[in-house]
Design a protein around this ligand. Structure first.
Ligand code: ADE
Length: 252
């Protein structure tokens, strides 16, 4: 899979992503990342990429022409006729989630446009962008970190990027439950003991315990996810018990 990132800070993106699982996947040639500096596509002597907003107001707006020329250069490099999806990182976009990551992982090429300043001239967005995407309801200084977040999450869904063991960990989120607590040695740390069941070697009991702790954690931190949760028979029973308890507490 090929990721192209149009940005004013190419090193930030390439250096930030060349680690751990992503670095391994790039070295193995499963994914390819190409950062393209929008400034290289300016036409004026001072290499301006922005200008004052029509209508006034604070901040600067990124000019359409360098972005379009940068995009055209990427399109020429690709060896596919298919029009790629072009993602514009913006707080007003559709909110990114695991399902979107999975869907985007099916694409051969993805192009990201990282904005800065107060935004990007609307006309170039109209010309090239297929998907405006936000990574959450907060405002960042630019689209680079959101693009990196998306590239990491999408890459993990590309076949071959994760080992079998690593894939298992992502699946545990796909049942819409939060992860259960994890422990490693020592058995006792700062007077806190590892739960007995995890030392028992009883895999059935361990799986049940983990599902229950996932349910507890989801109820505590993300109760809205419970509507979509996929539970085992025993997990369903435990959840109904917890719901009954909650109703009981409300009545008290
Ligand atoms: N650019 C600035 N803030 C952003 C956000 N939350 N998501 C995506 N792009 C952004």
């Amino acid at each position: 899979m090929n990721f192209y990132v149009m940005t004013l800070f190419p090193e930030m993106v390439s250096e930030g992503l060349h680690t751990s699982i992503m670095g391994r996947a790039m070295d193995a040639g499963i994914i390819r990342l190409e950062t393209v500096n929008i400034r290289d596509y300016t036409l004026d002597k001072h290499r301006h990429t922005d200008d004052y907003p029509y209508g006034g107001g604070a901040g600067m707006v990124m000019s359409p022409e360098p972005i379009k020329r940068c995009y055209d250069a990427i399109m020429e490099k690709r060896n596919s006729e298919k029009k790629p999806r072009v993602i514009y990182l913006t707080p007003w976009g559709k909110v990114f989630d695991q399902n979107m990551a999975k869907e985007l992982a099916e694409e051969e090429d993805l192009i990201f446009l990282c904005g800065h300043y107060e935004g990007v001239d609307e006309r170039v967005l109209n010309e090239i962008v297929t998907d405006p995407v936000s990574i959450g309801d907060y405002v960042l200084s630019g689209g680079e970190l959101p693009a990196m977040v998306m590239i990491d999450a999408v890459s993990r869904m590309v076949p071959g990027v994760l080992s079998n063991e690593e894939s298992g960990m992502t699946e545990s989120f796909e049942n819409s439950l939060l992860e259960y607590p994890q422990y490693t040695r020592p058995e006792v740390w700062m007077e806190q003991k590892v739960p007995e069941v995890l030392l028992s070697g009883n895999h059935q009991k361990i799986a049940e315990w983990r599902e229950e702790r996932s349910i507890d954690r989801t109820l505590q931190y993300r109760p809205e996810l419970m509507d979509k949760a996929v539970l085992s028979k025993k997990g369903g029973k435990y959840y109904r018990l917890r719901q009954k308890e909650a109703v009981g507490q409300e009545k008290e």
